[in-house]
Design a protein around this ligand. Structure first.
Ligand SMILES: NC(=O)c1ccc[n+]([C@@H]2O[C@H](COP(=O)([O-])OP(=O)(O)OC[C@H]3O[C@@H](n4cnc5c(N)ncnc54)[C@H](O)[C@@H]3O)[C@@H](O)[C@H]2O)c1
Length: 371
């Protein structure tokens, strides 16, 4: 990967989430968007028209373009592996939206191809690099809760068809609450408690169709071909146990998104699908929760900071939002579904290092909202 600054990024997939990345890159010096592509060319053209200096290309042109250092893959999950392999085949590093692929079999091809081509893989979520999860991680590392024993991670919503105009992919294999939202929660749990050694899962789905409630297709019925409520227990290599609850079958919940418990304290961790938020500690013997000062992470971060992190990672080092973590997260999720199907404990073949902690710092050239 060329070490030029800024890193020239070509985006493949100009759908809903691309706007968030474009907004972030407008305030980051380390990253510059030079080209965009989409299977629906009009979407790429729309981005190029509103972003001076950005060229609309076909995917093939973008992958072959010598001016593109890193391909940012913002396509739907079913296309993640294909687009990543295309980028790697042209010798480019690739950073993709989560999950890394829809199966570990596909993801393995991506990881192996990248190793052979000597290019890098980065993968969302980069929310875990923000001040919320990083401050919680520092509290764990500093011994604020003593020896970590357990965690609870809960995502409970009625499903994305309420707000997403094209929610089909959420209900296809590779989607569902686990593969869609699990990466945020499991990446956070691994950041906090380390890699996972084995899992036990249980899963269900209650409806065979969902009705779109937003955009031009409002009222249209789409099929459900994946489990929409998944629960499980992750046994971390450290011995800590995380209980996971990922559901598109929950109307509402007041549970903390993540709690981590140790022998000396309990920690409330903010939503891992956001970049900041309060971390609260209750020490053994204390009568009150205390909000911890922000002590680690990228300040004012937003979607795309993982790409800047990759740009700033020294040659030979794994980016924090890196392929090894993303592969392990996918393996955890796939193993949960295998466990749910087969009713047995599944031991994981993959593992990863805990990503390097992020010291408290700012990457942004300007403040959020100033573009
Ligand atoms: N929407 C969100 O709020 C959100 C949040 C975080 C992460 N994500 C993730 O971002 C990814 C994209 O989600 P989205 O909501 O933007 O989806 P989307 O359907 O709105 O956009 C996907 C875009 O990719 C294009 N595309 C699909 N296959 C392609 C291919 N083979 N080559 C080129 N372009 C192709 C589509 O035409 C579309 O414009 C998913 O992995 C999703 O999990 C979405």
């Amino acid at each position: 990967m060329p070490s030029r600054q800024p890193l020239n990024v070509g985006i493949v997939g100009c759908g809903t989430i691309s706007a968030a990345y474009l907004k972030t890159f407008a305030r980051l010096d380390a990253v510059k968007v030079v080209a965009v592509a989409d299977i629906d060319f009009s979407r790429a053209q729309a981005v190029a028209t509103t972003h001076p200096g950005v060229r609309a290309l076909t995917s093939e042109q973008l992958l072959a373009d010598a001016g593109v250092d890193v391909v940012l893959n913002l396509t739907i999950p079913a296309a993640h592996a294909e687009v990543a392999l295309g980028a790697i085949a042209t010798g480019k590093s690739v950073y993709g939206e989560k999950p890394l692929a829809t199966s570990t079999a596909e993801a393995r091809k991506v990881v192996e191809a990248a190793a052979t081509a000597n290019v890098r893989i980065g993968c969302a979520p980069d929310t875990v690099l923000g001040t919320g999860i990083q401050t919680a991680r520092k509290a764990v590392d500093d011994g604020n809760i003593g020896t970590p024993i357990s965690a609870i991670a809960i995502l409970g919503t009625p499903g994305p068809e309420r707000w997403h105009p094209n929610p089909d992919f959420y209900y296809l294999p590779g989607g569902g609450p686990l593969l869609d939202m699990g990466p945020y929660y499991i990446s956070a749990l691994i950041t906090l408690l380390g890699p996972v050694a084995s899992v036990i899962g249980a899963a269900s789905h209650t409806r065979t169709t969902r009705t779109i409630n937003a955009g031009p297709r409002k009222g249209e019925t789409i099929p459900v071909a994946t489990d929409t409520h998944v629960t499980g227990v992750l046994t971390h290599a450290s011995g800590a146990l995380s209980t996971l609850y990922m559901s598109f079958d929950t109307v509402a919940t007041v549970s903390a998104r993540i709690e981590v418990h140790g022998d000396q304290g309990s920690l409330v961790v903010p939503d891992p699908n956001t970049f900041d938020g309060d971390v609260r500690l209750r020490s053994l013997g204390a009568t009150e929760w205390q909000t911890l000062p922000v002590s680690a992470g990228y300040v004012d971060s937003s979607r795309g900071f993982g790409v800047a992190d990759l740009a700033g990672t020294a040659e030979g080092r794994e980016p924090r939002a890196g392929g090894r973590l993303a592969f392990h997260v996918l393996d955890v999720m796939e193993s949960l579904l295998v466990s749910a199907q087969e009713g047995r404990v599944v031991r994981l073949e993959s593992t990863c290092e805990r990503p390097a902690p992020v010291p408290l710092q700012s990457l942004a050239a300007t403040q959020p909202g100033v573009m």
